[in-house]
Ligand binder design. Sequence first.
Ligand code: NAD
Length: 482
Amino acid sequence: MSDRYARLVNAPIAGPIARRVGLPQPVRLERHRPGDPALRGLALLGTAPGGRLAQAVAEVLAQAGVDTATETPSDQRFKALVFDASAIADSTELVELQSFFHPTVGLLERCGRVIVLGTAPAACATPRAATAQRALEGFTRSLGKELGGRGVTVQLVYVAPGAEDELASTLRFLLSPRSAYVSGQVIRVGEPPRVDTPAGRDRAVGDAPSSDAPSSDAASSDAASSDAAPSVAAPSEIDWEQPLAGRVALVTGASRGIGAAIAQTLAREGARVAGLDVPALGDELRAAMQPLGGSAIGLDITSPEAPAAIVERFPEGLDVLVHNAGVTRDRTLAKMPAERWSELMAINLSSEERINDALLGAGALRAGGRIVCVSSMSGIAGNSGQTNYATSKAGVIGMVQALAPLLTDGQTINAVAPGFIETQMTAKMPIAIREAGRRMSSLAQGGLPIDVAETIAWFAHPASGAVNGNVVRVCGQNLLGA
Ligand code: NAD
């Protein structure tokens, strides 16, 4: 679905008029192209005194081939500003943010990136430190709103003590155009995951695999019947263009919209993809999977046999499961019949629980496996006419938070919460609501399915083992909700 307004207000004649009368002029967001550098420009690194992350950040960026600076020559422009605020331990020290960003924020290029790194308040040693670290959220969210008009995104990453070496996939994602429509988010990088399987017992996921670990060479061409894939890899061994090579991914609701984009993106990252959708969309699903060399599974996820059928379909287990299938059945509560409520809840939430239970119960999610759920901004902010939908999507967040600490073997579960994404679902909205959905965000435009897919690919990344239990909005920092 095309955004005619954005094209009009950026056209040669209408553009200057729009600017004069103060209409929002959404910038054309940069998006990832295969083979792109990790950052299209220079990164400026700063640290509040005593920061424990500066060195780790410098190492990740050097490994990624990013040019960095720690000083600001007067004629220099920057594509990214990265500030280590992890050691700020008192509200009086928050002025370090002002000292670093005040002179540099105007030097940011269009579609630039700002990342503030902190220590999660719960991990702070004193109430004052926890207070100061919590304050970083207000700073980053406000800066996101100030800079969004230029396509700049701003994030806060809380890094757990001991997780200093777990930043590679997260920094690369947030710096790159892959995160074009993610802004104002608080991301938590936790402790390094441990692998508990006999082959990898007591081995951190980032450590080098032992020689008897499963090899990616054993990959078969059929996504649904693979041999064992590598579950662990050292960051230096990761192919950053094809990090999912040898891994098997299942995407539900894959015949169109966001699900099709997820399948394409995971295949681009090297995964062997299986797409699942209702049998009635069999032709569309096969057409979507065929160019990816993926397999098509016609199955209604609400059917009683669906969980067992999925487990059976992957006798060697799954590396990535993306719960994307979902529906809306909007009505205000006063007009909501029980079947409208129950049908939606079965698709959006209960079937995901049943599939997770079956998969985990059968040990069919491999070591280092990833479950990624698709929630919604409505599940965070609520929405009139969507009590059923918002309940289901808030439930998805609850499921992620409840399961995250229970997973073993370096497995993770996370969720994306899309805001307004240009798909068939949003194309059906009345025009006024559609326009409001697009413009009411810091980036003043709707997102694309690829933006959700790129975020899922970051969660699915083998180096994202310390990213567990997160809910990240892909909403251009929509003004609704937290
Ligand atoms: P879509 O309607 O284009 O695609 C959803 C897919 O799920 C369809 O292919 C559909 O056939 C499949 N599906 C539905 N019921 C199923 C079932 N019982 N079994 C198997 N497959 C089933 O929607 P979309 O916009 O691409 O949304 C994808 C996901 O993103 C959904 O979970 C949706 O709630 C979520 N989401 C979308 C937006 C948005 O702006 N488009 C915003 C927030 C969240």
